[in-house]
Design a binder for this molecule. Structure first.
Ligand SMILES: [Zn+2]
Length: 81
């Protein structure tokens, strides 16, 4: 007898498994952030990313990723006639 598949699993290729995404490092504001490249803590912080001042490793800001890409793009506005 065949083993029953998981009832909640969607069609093959559309399943999202966070465990397969891997390890994601982010820069957290107001916390000590050690660079994954060199271990130092001097950062140049932008609107979306922070860059290590020594080895130029760039990390996404945790606050920017929690908001998604909402702040980067504007919607389409019709041209006034
Ligand atoms: Zn570094």
């Amino acid at each position: 007898m065949a083993k029953a598949s998981h009832a909640a699993a969607p069609a093959k290729g559309l399943f999202y498994d966070p465990a397969r995404r891997g390890y994601a490092t982010v820069y957290r504001e107001n916390e000590p952030n050690h660079c994954p490249g060199c271990g130092r803590t001097h950062w140049l912080v932008g609107r979306v990313t922070a860059e290590c001042g020594f080895c130029e490793t760039a990390l996404p800001l945790a606050s920017a990723t929690s908001q998604g890409m909402r702040g980067l793009f504007r919607g389409h506005r019709p041209i006034a006639a």
